[in-house]
Design a binder for this molecule. Sequence first.
Ligand code: 5GP
Length: 176
Amino acid sequence: MLTIHDKTFVPFIAAHEIQQRITALAAQINADYRDKQPLMVVILNGAVLFAADLFKQLTMPCEITFLRVSSYQKTGSTGQLKQVLGLSEPITDRDIIVVEDIVDTGLTLADVCEQLRESRPATLKVATLLFKPEALKRPLDLDYVGFDIENRFVVGYGLDYDGLGRNTQDIFVLSE
Ligand code: 5GP
């Protein structure tokens, strides 16, 4: 069990299952990008642990960079928009793999992909460790998915509850 602030979390996905799944995803990516030099674009902060473990298992020449998504949401004709911040690497004509920790409503990733596509990458694919299919609000192509999970709140292995809980090897779920 894990207690963070006022909440209790119970074990959900064990470290060895996570690592096994990452090995399988890496094998897929290694096959798909065999003759390429992809640029992994990691969404901070939650995806850092997943991205690091995945990156270590890639065998082609590969680069890594990071971006942040604003919590600031501006309203306009398109409604709310999360903005991409701090991407320092040019992505035009590059083979981009966006790495996310978890896709919930999918709104964050949809905004990120839309903004990255404006820079005309050669290809853009998405890898997420976790996916909550029931929560999805916008259609999204997810190319590499670690685990489909039910619509419950999880922490650990990079994912936080109010800033804490990221530094575990296992993933935990909020106790019901
Ligand atoms: P979306 O835009 O897909 O609804 O949300 C994506 C972001 O919400 C994730 O990158 C993550 O920061 C946060 N999030 C969504 N579901 C969970 C969850 O179950 N646990 C934690 N810790 N964060 C979540």
